[in-house]
Design a protein around this ligand. Structure first.
Ligand SMILES: Nc1ncnc2c1ncn2[C@@H]1O[C@H](COP(=O)(O)OP(=O)(O)O)[C@@H](O)[C@H]1O
Ligand SMILES: [Mg+2]
Length: 285
């Protein structure tokens, strides 16, 4: 999952500046409300060099408040996946800052970053990335065990989550025995097992038919009702329309940032009631 990328240049220059948002260059105005769960400041990620240089993310500023469902859209190659990987500490910026839960993360040590990814971020990928040789339940338990939970706690938590995603009866199945939609539901359960601050989903419905897409979006709606912060990359306008807000990227930067009245409202608990999801449930393919 982690791309083999060189350590970004210039990080050492910013070491030791681990003050919370509210200090230094990202100071917020008083009365601005709580610090966002995610924040980027002047975020850039450059691949290659000289004539083959690509600014995958280019000076991007973004705040994601707690409880928001944010859809990130844009044409292929505009930097969506790169942004998500930077937000979740799977990759490091060439320049700029990433803040998660009020803490600056882009200059953490590899070890601290790995720990943060395990505990604070839930990743969901288009291709599921389940462990083929493990059952659904074991796939969900694994990140809990890696984060230090007892086998019993991990088992109980995995059973609860598989129930939540409607797969209690598939707990002992291998991924190869599950449909795409079921695999993605297992992947979502796995993403949630350590109660992450944020769920980052990269084209989570990209491989799914419309019935399975509905199942995933219904699940996301339940997460939203529970206050989960969620960033999902999608190029499906109908999926994006279920979010609270759509950020469109072009050439690695924000081209458009639109709050959706029809979205589900920031953490309001308006489960399924918003016209965003309501409209979606009436799709006809
Ligand atoms: N590991 C890499 N090495 C070189 N270039 C890359 C790498 N990953 C992505 N890119 C380039 O960065 C740009 C953004 O890619 P990506 O974030 O995957 O876009 P999206 O997810 O929006 O399709 C593209 O031009 C892509 O070719
Ligand atoms: Mg992508």
């Amino acid at each position: 999952m982690t791309r083999d990328v060189p350590r970004a240049m210039g990080l050492s220059l910013r070491r030791g500046t681990n003050a919370g948002p509210g200090a230094g260059p990202v100071d917020r105005e008083p009365g601005d409300g709580p610090a966002p769960v995610l924040r980027t400041v002047g975020l850039s990620r450059v691949y290659g060099e000289e004539e083959s240089v690509v600014w995958a993310v280019d000076g991007l500023d973004l705040d994601v408040p707690a409880g928001q469902t944010l859809a990130v859209t844009g044409p292929s190659g505009c930097g969506k996946s790169t942004l998500l990987q930077l937000l979740g500490g799977l990759d490091r910026p060439t320049d700029g800052e990433v803040w998660l839960g009020g803490r600056r993360i882009d200059h953490l040590s590899e070890r601290a970053l790995a720990r943060l990814r395990r505990r604070a971020v839930g990743f969901v990928f288009q291709a599921y990335h389940l462990m083929h040789e493990l059952t659904a339940a074991q796939n969900v338990e694994l990140p809990a065990l890696l984060a230090g939970a007892s086998p019993r706690t991990a088992r109980v938590r995995a059973a609860e989550l598989l129930d939540q995603v409607g797969l209690s009866d598939r707990a002992r199945h291998l991924p190869s025995e599950l449909s795409g939609g079921q695999r993605q539901r297992v992947a979502i359960a796995r993403a949630l097992v350590n109660k992450p601050l944020v769920v980052l989903a990269d084209e989570p419905t990209g491989n799914l038919d419309s019935a399975a897409t509905h199942d995933i979006l219904r699940l996301f709606d339940e997460l939203h009702a529970g206050g989960q912060t969620l960033v999902m990359v999608t190029h499906d306008e109908r999926v994006a329309a279920t979010a609270d807000r759509i950020v469109s990227l072009r050439d690695g930067t924000v081209a458009d940032d639109t709050p959706l009245d029809s979205g589900r409202g920031g953490g309001s608990g308006d489960s399924g009631g918003g016209t965003g999801l309501g409209a979606l449930l009436h799709w006809e393919d």
